[in-house]
Structure formats: C-alpha cells, structure tokens
Design a protein around this ligand. Structure first.
Ligand code: 3HC
Ligand code: NAI
Length: 654
C-alpha cells in the first residue's frame, strides 16, 4: 500500500500530496503523514514554502466519519493543523472538488488558499450532529466576517469558489493549474515573509449581545430541536469573545460532547444509510439499459413533476395526456416548475430555453415508439392503469422499460396487462417529484434484473436516493404511513385532537404533523384506497371512521378549503375546526370510549410503536431489504426528522 501522504521538493517549494481515496478523508494515517511532513520540512532549510494538494476527485472531504465510533487515535486533527499553522514556512492549500469539514479546517491552518473555479468549501459538521472540531469555529471568523462564519457553520452549506473569494475565505481562483498557481502564491508569501496565523488575528467583527440573542432565536426557530446548529453558534460566539487559545479548548469540548449524543449517532447513521440503500444480490452483475428518451403518461401533479425531473437532468421528454385541454394544462404545470427552477438559479434564461426544446406534450401514444423508458402517472385506478399499460405494450419497443408511479396498487397486476411483465417496475416518486429525494423502486416477482438495474440507474441520473421495495399495499413508505395514520385516528377516538397530535409531531422534529400533511397532499387518494380495501378488511379489526366522515363531507384538504383543518381563502395554514372536533367526539361517544388526556410523549410513543410494528412486518415479509432502508424511506419521504434517525434506529434495530 502506498503512503497516503507524500512529499516532493522542486526549486525550494515542497509539495505535500494527500492520496487517500475515495475522498481523501483525514484518517489516522493521513494525520500522521501530515505531521511527519511538517517536521521533515521544518528541518529542511532549502524549503521556502509548501503547497498542500490532493489527488483524485476532491480535496479533503473531512475527518474520517468511520473513525467517530472508536476511541480517537493520535495525532489528533487539531494538533496537526496547529503544527501546519505554526510551521516555519508558509503552506498554501491548492483546492479542487470539495474542501469540507476537517478538510476546510486543514486549509484554514494554511497561510493561503487557491481554489479551482468549480470548488466548494464548507463546514457541514452540523449535518452530522457536530460542530467543526479542529479549529474551524475559531479560525473562520478570524478570516471572514463573523456573520458569514455563522452562516456557514450553522447551516452547514458550502460556498462556491466565487463566494469564497468574495468573503475572503479563498485568496485566488486558479485560472489554469491550481497547483502551479498555489506554488506561485507560496513563493510570493515566502518572499514577503509568512503572514500572521489566523489564531493570532482578531475576529472580523465584534457583534453585541442583542445580535447573538437574535441569531440564537432565528436558528432555534429553524432547526426543529436539532442541537448542533445552536452549538455551532455558541462556539462562534466563544471564538469572537474569547482569546483564540481558550476558544480552541471550548470548541473541542463542545465537539467531543456532541459526538456522544444520540442526535449525532443518528445523523452519522443516516449519512451511511443514504449511501447504502439496498441492492438485491441478483442484480449485482447486470448492466442497466441506456436511457436516452423518456415518456410520461399523465401530466397532473406527479406526471408534471416527474417530467420536470428528467428535463432538469438533461433528457428529452414526451408527455401524453387525455385530450388537448389536459395537454395544455400539463404543459403549463411543467413550464411552471421549470420557471421556478430559473428563479432559484438552477436554470438560466438560455438553459431554460434549451430545456423547453427537449419537451413535447400530446395525446398520441404513437410518439412513444422510440422511448427507452415510459413512466405512467395517471389516476390511481386499476382499470385506467391496465388500459394504459395495454396501450404501451402495443406501441413501445420490446426492450423499453415500463414503470408505474402508483402509490398503493399491485404493480404485478398492472404488469399483467403487458405481454412481458419482466420489463415492468414501480417507480414511486414523492410529491413534489422534482424536489423530493426519495424514489421507491417497486420490484415485482417477474421484474428482470436488467429492469431493476435500469431503475437504479434512473435514480442516479435524477440524483435521487433509491430504496427497493416489494409489492404490497403501499410498499414500504405508504404502508407504514397508513399504519401510523390509523394509530393517530385511534388516538382521536380515545381523547386527542388533530391539532394536538400535529403539535406533538412538530415537537419531535417533523416539519408538519400528520393531519396537516394529509390536508396538503389531499385526502381523496387515501379514501379511495380505504374503500378499495373495505371488501377484504377483517370485520373484527378496529377501524376508525373519522377520516371517512371528513371525506364524505367533500373535505379533501387544502385544495377544497377544508379537511382536517379549515383554510381561510388563499391561506395554507389551517385553523382547528369545531366541526372536526364534533365528529371526533361523536365517534368516541358512538364507540363508548371515555376520552382521556394525551401528553406529547404519549402521542409520540404510540406513533413510534405503530411505525415500528409495521416496519418489522415489512421486514419479515421481505418488502424492505434492510432496516436502514425503512429509516431512509421515512426520513426522505415522510418528514421523519433526520436527527432522530428513523423508527428502526430508535428501536435499536439497525
Ligand atoms: N469519512 C469517511 N467516508 C466518507 C467521508 C468521510 N468524511 N465522506 C465520504 N465518504 C465515503 C462515502 O461513505 C462513500 O463511501 P462508499 O463508496 O463506500 O459508499 C464514498 O466516500 C464516496 O462518497 P459519496 O458517495 O458521498 O460521493 P460524492 O461524490 O457523491 O460526494 C462528498 C462526495 C461531497 C465529499 C460527500 O461524500 C460528503 O459530503 N462527504 C461528507 C463530508 C462531511 O460531512 N465532512 C465533515 C466530516 S466531520 C469533520 O470533518 C469533523 C471535523 O470538524 C473534526
Ligand atoms: P392527478 O389527478 O393530479 O393527475 C393524473 C393525470 O393523469 C391527469 O392530468 C389526467 O388527465 C391524466 N390521465 C388520466 N388518465 C389518462 C390516460 N389514460 N392517458 C393519459 N393521461 C391520463 O394525479 P396525481 O396526484 O398526479 O397522481 C398520479 C399517480 O401518481 C397516481 O397513481 C397516484 O397514486 C400517484 N402518486 C401520487 C402522489 C401525490 O402526492 N399526488 C405521490 C406519489 C404517487
């Protein structure tokens, strides 16, 4: 094995190269190599300056997260960075790809930073439930304005090369060769004398207590109980109000304490769970089909979002609707999404125009004859879906992959409408499809390995997180969602009210409670599903009628102005509705249930138990491949707070 850190010297400039694939994480061997390099170069009088660079696709992506569960091994990163900062000669970081976490802290220990135009620099530790722990909170506000340091540290969001230069984080954007240009800057620094270290400089700004109180309140309002962003703010405050030496000690203490919290364990678990979602053995050696053109059937909420996702990924899309009027409406929806993308800076005027050239919508299936993939997103009705798949079977190429976006229906039964069910798969997108990261890939018994491999490649193409699910009512996500929704309705019968359950869920860290979410998504699809299931339902099993009674009044959520809540004209915030409370109380009375008080803790315990019970059944039946896939599904599809890890993590069953 080659050493992960190597040193070469050329014309009085030393080049220290980190080579630790895949992302040059700062493992013990890298830290030891860097420490040795400082010692060796400090002892070499011929060396006037040092360039620190990385091989491979990126600069250092941070500390090695895999080491966090183990006792820390020396040399420790803060000490190594201090050695670089105090080296006899200036070190200049030559940054490409991403300089993240400990990677950026390493670059802050250097005297200067040269970045490639496409580079991103950030301190994402908060997203792992941590704060920077190798001097980042102390050095960054001594280099960039305190407000900028707070934004980077508490949001975890990286800045690009141009922003980095504009706030003073980077010295130069390399025009051609980052290493040569870093060497040039290193020579200049050597000639002019090594600049003051960041530790020796004063902070860039000294805000008053009102500022810190405002920042604290604004961060707390955003983070839904996650502790690391607030800890990040307090660390920057220490750094600005204390001498650097004391602030380094305080930062380290905060970092070590956070590392041992359940939130950090949950977030680190999620980091790996998201990158390691299930892949059945059977498809490991298959090659995916190449996807060059895609058809979408149905241009409603989901179809338009799915079409926009592919367009934004650079593919041509043909969308099919029922009639000319529906075509016009679908075009309007897709254009609306692309226009939002332009406003957010994802597209420019030119790329928007170019994207629209790749988009067409019409009523004839014939135009799908050359598509590599067609995704159906029509009404949630088996007869309609059967008719669509029978048509697709006639017009599409024999090797085209056919997918359905059904929420609950039996994908095997849909596939049976075709002459070759091996090419049919469920691609269950979440709403809004161009935003939500999760893609449930529903695998029928008949689906071929190539079909599944292609579905996984589609997820990659769209930058989505794929989770493979088996066929059952609602797959992984909607099945668990239905189970815990049922439990919430039982709690209504027993004494709770919708607004109370929603508040308990928000307190736990969900962005919205289950009743507000249903109002947003619409209550009609769930109602149709319950009616479909009625014939096969066990008559002895407990069943709450509250949701059906609300739907029977035509209250389908925000789109009808009322659902679990009522909505004032134009408002998206619901008000508790006395009519709903009356229905809830009537049902308790009808069932002879004595209503009781529920604390937030009671509510969350019941919800968690319902999720965990259904999740275990989903695993036992082989619907999910592993527990962490269930957690990824709930976090990315249903708003389960990422810092709580997911129901299986909570149950200690990962
Ligand atoms: N430690 C260990 N492994 C890491 C890692 C890290 N910091 N960052 C990435 N990896 C691994 C991934 O698990 C993955 O492994 P796999 O191939 O076995 O699945 C592999 O590297 C490639 O990662 P991605 O699939 O994520 O590759 P991308 O190209 O999509 O993204 C990246 C690259 C932007 C660098 C992304 O991996 C990333 O965001 N990494 C984490 C960055 C981070 O959070 N750094 C802070 C660490 S904490 C810290 O530094 C503490 C300090 O303050 C003391
Ligand atoms: P929608 O009602 O907004 O859109 C359906 C569209 O399909 C309509 O525009 C309709 O004109 C069109 N359509 C109907 N029959 C057609 C046919 N034969 N040929 C061409 N177009 C036809 O419905 P939505 O919400 O987009 O749902 C579509 C599918 O996606 C359903 O199966 C639903 O269960 C599923 N789904 C919905 C989610 C949601 O949050 N709305 C989330 C995930 C999946």
């Amino acid at each position: 094995m080659t050493a992960p850190v190597s040193v070469t010297v050329d014309e009085n400039i030393a080049y220290v190269t980190i080579d630790n694939p895949p992302v040059n994480a700062l493992s013990q061997a890298v830290r030891a190599g860097l420490s040795d390099a400082v010692r060796r170069l400090d002892a070499d009088d011929a060396v006037q300056a040092v360039v620190l660079l990385c091989t491979g696709r990126t600069f250092v992506a941070g500390a090695d997260i895999r080491e966090f569960g183990k006792p820390p091994q020396p040399p420790h990163l803060p000490d190594v960075i201090a050695e670089i900062e105090n080296a006899h000669v200036p070190w200049v970081a030559a940054i490409h790809g991403t300089a993240l976490g400990g990677g950026l802290e390493l670059a802050l220990g250097c005297s200067a930073r040269v970045v490639e135009a496409g580079a991103k620099l950030g301190l994402p530790e908060v997203s792992l439930g941590l704060i920077p722990g190798a001097g980042g909170t102390v050095r960054l506000p001594r280099l960039v304005p305190v407000e900028e340091a707070i934004a980077m540290i508490t949001s975890g969001k990286p800045v690009d090369a141009a922003q980095a230069v504009s706030i003073g984080l980077a010295d130069r954007i390399a025009k051609n060769d980052r290493v040569e240009e870093a060497a040039e800057l290193a020579r200049e620094l050597a000639a002019n004398g090594k600049p003051d270290t960041l530790s020796a400089r004063p902070p860039v700004g000294n805000p008053d207590e009102t500022f810190w109180a405002k920042q604290r309140a604004s961060i707390k309002a955003k983070v839904r109980g996650q502790i690391s962003p607030v800890a990040g703010l307090e660390a920057v405050r220490d750094a600005v109000t204390m001498p650097a030496a004391g602030a380094f000690t305080a930062e380290r203490a905060r970092f070590m304490a956070l590392k041992d919290t359940e939130q950090s364990a949950a977030l680190r678990y999620m980091f790996f769970a998201e990158r390691n979602t299930g892949r059945p053995d059977a498809i490991k050696n298959e090659k995916p089909a190449e996807i060059r053109s895609v058809g979408v059937i149905g241009g409603g909420t989901m179809g338009a979002g799915i079409a926009a996702s592919f367009l934004l990924a650079g593919l041509p899309i043909t969308l099919i609707e029922r009639d000319a009027e529906a075509v016009d409406q679908a075009i309007g929806r897709v254009k609306g999404i692309l226009e939002q993308s332009r406003k957010r800076g994802v597209l420019t005027d030119e790329t928007l125009a170019e994207t629209l050239v790749r988009f067409s919508a019409e009523t004839s299936y014939e135009t799908l004859s050359d598509c590599d993939l067609v995704i159906e997103a029509v009404f949630e009705d088996m007869n309609v879906k059967h008719a669509v798949f029978a048509d697709l079977d006639k017009v599409c190429r024999a090797d085209a992959i056919l997918a359905t976006n059904t929420s609950y229906l039996d994908v095997s039964a849909i596939a049976d409408a075709t002459s070759d069910p091996s090419r049919v798969v469920g691609l269950h997108f979440f709403s809004p499809a161009h935003v939500m990261k999760l893609l449930e890939i529903v695998k029928t018994e008949a689906a071929s390995p190539k079909t599944l491999e292609t579905a996984l490649s589609v997820a990659k193409m769209l930058h989505k997180i794929p989770v493979i699910a088996g066929v059952c009512d609602g797959f992984i996500g909607n099945r668990i969602f239905s189970a815990f929704r049922r439990e919430c309705d039982f709690m209504l019968e027993e004494g709770a009210l919708p607004e109370q359950i929603d508040a308990a869920m928000r307190g736990f860290g969900f962005a919205m409670g289950i009743y507000a979410v249903q109002d947003l998504a619409g209550l009609d699809i769930g109602w149709a599903t319950r009616k479909r299931q009625a014939a096969s339902r066990d008559p002895e099993a407990r069943y709450s009628r509250i949701a059906d009674r609300i739907c029977e009044l035509g209250r389908f959520g925000q789109k009808t102005g009322a659902g679990w809540y009522s909505y004032a004209e134009g408002s998206r915030t619901g008000d508790p509705d006395p009519l709903v409370e009356r229905i809830v109380r009537e049902e308790s009375e009808r069932l002879g249930i004595q209503r009781k008080d529920f604390s937030d803790e009671d509510i969350m315990n019941r919800i968690m138990a319902a999720m965990q019970t259904e999740a275990r059944a989903v695993l036992d039946e082989g619907i999910a491949l592993k527990p962490s896939d269930i957690d990824v599904t709930l976090v990315h599809g249903y708003g389960f707070p990422r810092h709580q890890g997911g129901p299986m993590f909570k149950a200690g069953q990962t």
